[in-house]
Design a protein around this ligand. Sequence first.
Ligand SMILES: [Zn+2]
Length: 262
Amino acid sequence: MPAFSTEAVAAQLSALGVRRGGVLLVHTSFREVRPVEGGPLSLIEALRRALGPDGTLVMPTMTEGASPFDPRSTPTYEMGITAELFWRQPGVVRSSHPGASFAAAGPEAERLCAPQPLAPPHGPESPPGRVGALGGQVLLLGVTHSESTLLHVAESVARVPYSVPHPCVVERDGIHQSVMIYETDHCCRGFRRMDDWLRPCGLQHEGPVGNAHARLSNAQDLLRIAVEQLEREPLVFLCPAGAGCAECDQARASVGRAREPE
Ligand SMILES: [Zn+2]
């Protein structure tokens, strides 16, 4: 299989609808995109070329949270090779959340990566929340909506009744300590229902990028549609009770339970 050139991938991204000069939040699986000449770094270059010098590229660089977080050295956890290489590039800014950091490059990078509340990790005042506020786009590159951090922003906006605590090491007054951070956590397979809601409205552009299937939407459209669905049915993204999904069962069990103070 011939490898895609950087130019070819950049052209695919533009054809899909990536806005020049815009803000783009990307979730990616390079395994689905490859082969690209030059590997994941060329994919990053293609994304930046499609955005142009006035565009801002954003990726989640979440970490395990089991050890103290240093944005200059802590590796990502299950974010893929593209995000792992992205935050290590010169000029890329990384936010400071100890578990849910993001990296960004471009004119809006500092604003996107400004300090955020510890909880919820993906609220309106978080990097993905700010992508929405700035009128950005969300690109799912070889992954589905189940990987989308923006849908956790929608859960936060809609104030879903479930949240699950996760231990996370933070530094307070120079001392490392483990705190519980409440997140709207579940298996996230239910996020894939977004396809059924976005496609009929023409709010999701789909096409090839490299060998991957890509989905592109406006962050504000995603938030509006998801919040509408959540307001109608607050547990719409959870697997049905009795479906055998331990993560969604845990989220269900948290409904109505008082949170412990941080
Ligand atoms: Zn589930």
